[in-house]
Design a protein. Structure first.
Length: 613
């Protein structure tokens, strides 16, 4: 007769059944809860109708990008929330398309800028939107902006409006530009960690935090010149838009206090006195003025309006592509890493595959490579550039359109194009190279851990726990020097310059697009549309369509992301909040996390840390 289970075994099985049953119940509750939330969301949607005379409310929320990154479904559920909460990404092309469509839409009478949830966005992208706003105004339709508070980025866009309204308790915060960072040399010394740095380029400051406790004079010189150039673009544009002196935007602390005293300490009145805004209005006063201007909405609660997201959904078009004549657009956005990377990032293999796809597609007659990258892996950058050369060899013109930044590796992948466009505020150049190895022999020794053994060569015995010999250091430095020579040689060849000319403007120095044009690093100042037009001209095609060549999500991935994004609204806010401690730790670990993502097989990097900030 078989033995009866022991008492302990029965208790264990009972506990396991309880735990397993609870687990299944919890998962089922989440799953069915999300399904119910999705059904409720979909069933509550009504057909959107744009009323005649409506105002388009351009409520831009989140960050404006050239290409959205692929979001994990669980991450989308836990973090994204509503598309309008400021945590997501908006395609620059969508914003420009919406503004352009509204300019010719008889149902839209004016445009309202609602920028309270607009997050950090490169000035070049803001300028592209500003150009579209200027085109909108040329149709005779007014633009107004209203906010409780304008930050520097928000105010830049608001300056394109005909009138700016500010809450009487609000403010306009124009701070100028600065660059500060943390330095870790003393901390590394205390931890007995050695940072072995190999670099070429006086201004290649990406590794300075690991070898200094302050910013070098060369880095200060380069950064200040860059910031002054960028600020000149900002203040000149805003000054012209507002018909005020550019110097009136950059107040010293003493001048600011004097202006604040004139306004009896009220920030909003100071903004009005300085002509930064046109009128002070509460949210209710603004609503009533808009009701007078465009009429009351159907529900009677506000003025006739359609917001950005709804208008985008009703105006999005999918034109039939001309089968034989297309200009392909490929976006290279983010750090350059090896291998295949998801949509919204650059991979040596995945981005090369997109370029190959364009090369073998007979309907693609020319390609625009939209670069928005601070660089990264030298190996992956060269992989991508080789595909650019293959496109040219196939007699398909390739034009680069630089976004907010296209520096270091971002410039490497751009250099061989037939023509390069940058915006005035694009950050580019940073022609330099570095490598870094951290070793822990002293740190480990301090706690009694030592490394010893034998090997058949210096390389086989190399270990970060054992240190690095002067001979190996010399070899690595020689590789870095060769990489720098390859970089400036590439630029000299492609830009028809001498090595000395390139070296004088290289050394890791970062330039604005406006200065890069003077130096010969780019061919013209223009945006993505200029690049598309020029690519078609080079291909000698008069009538063409454009096609964005990108990694596509499977139908299953699309469904899952839409389901989670919709259901995210119902997730408790406490689960989506980030604590102050988490934010602090996130900032503290940014540099380390960036270095961890680097995966060049040779440990050689073309990276612009100034651009990444």
């Amino acid at each position: 007769m078989p033995a009866k289970p022991s008492v302990f075994k029965r208790i264990f099985l009972l506990c396991w059944n309880i735990i397993n049953g609870t687990r299944k119940l919890f998962l089922n509750l989440i799953f069915f809860g999300l399904i119910i939330a999705l059904i409720v969301t979909l069933s509550s949607e009504e057909t959107l109708k744009v009323e005649d005379g409506s105002a388009l409310v351009l409520n831009l929320s989140g960050t404006i990008v050239d290409q959205k990154r692929r979001v994990d479904p669980l991450e989308a559920a836990m973090k994204s929330g509503s598309a309008k909460d400021g945590s997501g990404e908006i395609l620059l092309s969508d914003v420009i398309d919406v503004v352009n469509n509204a300019s010719s839409d008889a149902r839209i009478s004016q445009l309202v800028l609602d920028l309270g949830h607009l997050r950090g966005t490169g000035m070049s992208k803001l300028q592209s939107i500003g150009d579209a706003l200027n085109n909108f105004k040329e149709t005779g339709k007014p633009i107004v902006a209203h906010a409780n508070w304008f930050g520097q980025n928000q105010y830049f866009l608001a300056s394109f409006a005909d009138r700016i309204y500010l809450n009487p308790q609000g403010s306009v915060e124009i701070e100028g530009l600065g660059r500060y960072r943390q330095y870790f040399k003393s901390a590394l010394d205390k931890l007995k960690i050695k940072a072995h740095v190999f670099r070429v380029g006086t201004f290649k400051s990406a590794v300075e935090p690991f070898i200094r406790d302050d910013m070098s004079d060369a880095a200060k010189e380069a950064n200040l010149a860059l910031l002054n150039d960028l600020w000149e673009s900002y203040s000149t544009t805003v000054g012209q838009n507002r018909d005020i002196a550019a110097s009136q935007l950059s107040l010293s602390a003493k001048e600011y206090l004097a202006e604040l005293d004139k306004a009896d300490g009220q920030s909003s009145q100071m903004a009005l006195n300085l002509k930064w805004v046109d009128e002070l209005k509460t949210a209710e006063e603004f609503r009533l003025s808009m009701v007078d201007a465009v009429g009351k909405s159907a529900d009677g609660e506000s003025f006739k309006q359609v917001d950005f997201y709804d208008y985008l959904s009703v105006t999005a078009s999918h034109p039939l592509l001309l089968a034989d004549n297309k200009v392909g657009i490929i976006v290279a956005k983010g750090k350059i890493l090896n291998g295949s990377q998801p949509a919204g990032e650059i991979g040596g293999e995945s981005t090369s595959e997109l370029l190959r796809k364009a090369r073998f597609d007979d309907s693609i007659k020319a390609v625009v490579l939209r670069v928005d990258s601070p660089g990264g892996s030298a190996f992956a950058s060269e992989q991508i550039r080789q595909e650019v050369l293959a496109l040219k060899a196939a007699n398909k013109p390739i034009v680069v359109s630089m976004g907010s930044y296209a520096a270091s590796g971002g410039y490497w992948i751009s250099a061989s194009a037939d023509y390069i466009y940058a915006t005035p505020t694009t950050l580019t150049g940073s022609i330099g190279i570095f490598g870094m190895v951290t070793t822990f022999e002293d740190s480990l020794a301090s706690i009694g851990v030592h490394t010893d053994g034998v090997a058949t060569s210096d390389w086989a015995g190399f270990s970060v726990t054992k240190g690095i010999s002067p001979q190996i250091s010399a070899v690595i430095q020689r590789h870095i020097e060769r990489g720098y020579k390859d970089f400036i040689s590439l630029v000299a060849t492609e830009r028809d310059m001498t090595l000395e000319q390139v070296d004088n403007i290289a050394q890791g120095r970062v330039w604005t697009g406006r200065k890069a044009l003077e130096l010969g690093l780019v061919d013209g100042i223009g945006d993505l549309q200029n690049a598309v037009t020029h690519a078609a001209e080079l291909a000698k095609i008069d009538h063409f369509d454009t096609e964005v060549i990108q990694q596509e999500l499977s139908p299953q991935d699309q469904f899952i992301q839409e389901m989670f994004a919709s259901a995210a609204v119902y997730i408790p806010e406490s689960l989506t909040q980030t604590t102050l401690l988490e934010k602090f730790l996130g900032e503290f670990s940014t540099v380390a996390e960036t270095l961890q993502t680097f995966d060049d097989p040779n440990g050689v990097y073309l990276y612009c840390d100034t651009c990444a900030d």
